[in-house]
Design a protein around this ligand. Structure first.
Ligand SMILES: [Zn+2]
Ligand SMILES: [Zn+2]
Length: 290
């Protein structure tokens, strides 16, 4: 039997209905899919109707896509120094977690937020406090909350492994939390994994600081920005600063067998009319050493 491989997928649009992300994923050859469970640029959203949930679950049965990931809204900031903003963020993330649980989504990915002038330690503690409140209100949920590493733009926290480890250390139900590792963010945050030696070093550091088993999802994005630039601009696989060789280490790492690897690369079609997600999936799969 061949060894288990990562599961490849893409973030796909929910225009016209949540289930459309799954059908689009099937059509381009995804194993797994990521989607938004509400408009990612707005605070409020109407409750999901039973019919919407049923249509989504039917689409999952039909397409067999697994696991399913959701990305939380962009407005959230559990680390904010402003109490009202933290409250709003908690309510919104709680609502998204409930949607995910209803839809049978395995992981909800969110960014830890921005310290906005406060100290890093205070900001990290606020994120953990917010998470604990959400976890207490959702006892027994299957959907795991996944903290995404960030590019470290501005006052954003979560670009160092130590910061993510600090949050998880303070979480009361750590088994319900994990990490989503974004390759573009990792690279622009200063972790150089382009060579085999560099990759080994970064993974050893990750494992020492926060345990590689916490990684439940990888966002596979090449980077327009240079190493350490903290610039969050995603590029097609192999076309940016990371290059194909950097991704080869990830897709062949036994730690990531059966782990979803999701594309968040630019959308559209190339000069020959081929869908970019399809091209990037093909490129990633071509890097697997048999
Ligand atoms: Zn990402
Ligand atoms: Zn990004």
């Amino acid at each position: 039997m061949s060894r288990p491989l990562p599961l490849f997928g893409a973030h796909l649009s929910i225009a016209g209905g949540l289930q459309n992300a799954l059908y689009a994923g099937r059509d381009i050859g995804c194993d797994c899919v990521q989607l938004f469970v509400k408009n990612q640029r707005q605070w409020n959203a109407a409750s999901l109707l039973p019919g919407q949930i049923e249509a989504f679950r039917a689409a999952q049965r039909e397409t067999g896509l697994m696991p399913l990931l959701a990305h939380a809204g962009y407005l959230l900031n559990l680390a904010s120094p402003v109490a009202q903003m933290r409250r709003r963020s908690k309510t919104a993330l709680l609502d998204e977690l409930r949607r995910c649980e209803a839809l049978g989504i395995d992981g909800l990915i969110f960014h830890p937020g921005s310290a906005k002038g406060d100290s890093e330690q205070v900001a990290l503690r606020r994120v953990a406090t917010g998470l604990n409140e959400i976890l207490r209100k959702t006892e027994g949920f299957r959907t795991r909350l996944l903290i995404e590493n960030t590019a470290g733009q501005g006052a954003n926290i979560g670009h160092r492994f130590e910061q993510i480890a600090t949050i998880i250390d303070r979480v009361e139900q750590p088994e319900r939390v994990g990490v989503c590792l974004d390759t573009c963010h990792l690279f622009v945050a200063g972790y150089d994994f382009r060579t085999a030696e560099g990759y080994r070093g970064v993974m050893e550091e990750l494992d020492t600081v926060m345990n590689v088993a916490l990684i439940k999802c990888v966002h596979v994005n090449d980077s327009k920005g240079r190493l350490g630039s903290r610039l969050d601009r995603h590029e097609h696989i192999g076309k940016g600063q990371i290059k194909k060789s950097g991704f080869a280490h990830f897709v062949n790492d036994p730690h990531f067998a059966r782990i979803p690897m999701i594309l968040e690369t630019p959308k559209g079609k190339d000069g020959r009319g081929v869908d970019y997600d399809k091209l990037n999936l093909k490129r990633l799969r071509s890097l697997i050493r048999r």
